[in-house]
Write a protein that binds this ligand. Structure first.
Ligand code: ADP
Ligand code: 5GP
Length: 218
């Protein structure tokens, strides 16, 4: 049976460590494909176009929306962010588990469109540590950090939307836990519907054959 890829949504407060975790996950295991989003926000120092994001203008982003080229998109702290459709569909067909590192509005849309998507929410061990990580990253002004913490407050209200909560304390332990959760998710009946139908069809055929031969059916 050819293994099918699943869609994995990873969300969490800004500064929780999502980007760091996902880079480490795809570096460690080759079954994952990390979707690169499109955004209108400016690159941070060290970010490269096509690696962390496709950095585009608002006009280009809106054109992509009109072309139906995005699986989902949302506005976050004044900028557009969206998931390019083509890459996701191609990687799923190739059997990869596709990771979307997106915020909560996008996560909800993905869940509506793909009910078998797995939704993970990453948190730091506490909010003091979140502030320390955000400030320590050194890529945002204090005003932007405050805006992102405000957004975190709203996001915290939606955590129950997710299938699992993952606490990013020790980075490597967290990577291993996420890997296990994703691999275990492959065993859920709702992600194996075709296989289950095949078993049912074969059982029906076998029982009909046995009855036809006059054998006792149990
Ligand atoms: P996000 O993508 O969720 O906004 P980042 O991956 O940019 O977060 O991480 C924010 C900061 O926290 C970075 O400076 C990163 O190096 C640091 N960080 C990430 N995970 C851990 C961890 N487990 N322990 C300590 N620092 C971490
Ligand atoms: P950042 O500016 O810190 O890179 O990202 C800000 C927020 O946007 C994060 O919560 C991140 O997960 C989210 N995000 C990144 N890409 C996408 C996307 O394609 N769609 C949606 N909905 N959110 C995204």
């Amino acid at each position: 049976m050819k293994r099918k890829g699943i869609l994995v949504v990873v969300s969490g407060f800004s500064g929780a460590g999502k980007g760091t975790l996902m880079k480490q996950l795809v570096r460690t295991y080759d079954t994952y494909a990390l979707s690169v989003s499109m955004t209108t926000r400016a690159p941070r120092p060290g970010e490269t176009d096509g690696r962390e994001y496709f950095f585009v203008s608002q006009e280009v982003f809106e054109q992509k929306i009109r072309e139906n080229g995005l699986v989902e998109y949302a506005c976050y702290c004044g900028n557009y962010y969206g998931t390019p459709r083509e890459y996701v569909e191609r990687q799923l067909l190739a059997g990869k588990d596709v990771i979307l590192e997106i915020e909560i509005q996008g996560a909800r849309k993905v869940k509506e469109m793909f009910p078998s998507a797995l939704l993970l929410f990453v948190t730091p061990p506490g909010i003091k540590e979140l502030h320390r990580r955000l400030a320590g990253r050194g890529t945002e002004t204090e005003a932007v950090i405050r805006e992102r913490l405000g957004r975190a407050q709203a996001e915290a209200e939606g955590i129950e939307t997710y299938d699992y909560l993952v606490v990013n304390d020790d980075l490597q332990a967290c990577v291993e836990q996420m890997h296990r959760l994703i691999q275990d998710a492959h065993c859920a009946p709702k992600r194996n519907q075709e296989f289950i139908e095949m078993l049912r069809t074969q059982l029906t055929e076998l029982c009909a054959h046995a009855d036809g031969q006059g054998q006792v059916s149990h």
